[in-house]
Design a protein around this ligand. Structure first.
Ligand SMILES: [Zn+2]
Length: 69
């Protein structure tokens, strides 16, 4: 395992990217498992839940942009 900048042991291990080129954008402390509460919920959710959450996140992002603008 080289070339991958692993997060610290107390950091959420949520990874993004393609094989061999991962980044660990989540800086939240991990919970009981390898992920923070937020990402643990994503990892263990069903595809239906994932789709619903993605749509919620998109709506929330749009709302945040409107507030920031
Ligand atoms: Zn996380």
């Amino acid at each position: 395992m080289s070339g991958i900048n692993l997060p610290s042991t107390t950091q959420c291990k949520w990874a993004e990217g393609e094989s061999g080129n991962y980044t660990f954008p989540c800086k939240n402390p991990r919970g009981d498992g390898s992920y923070c509460e937020y990402h643990a919920a994503i990892v263990y959710e069903t595809p239906e839940q994932r789709k619903a959450r993605a749509e919620q996140a998109r709506a929330a992002n749009n709302a945040a942009k409107r507030i920031a603008a």
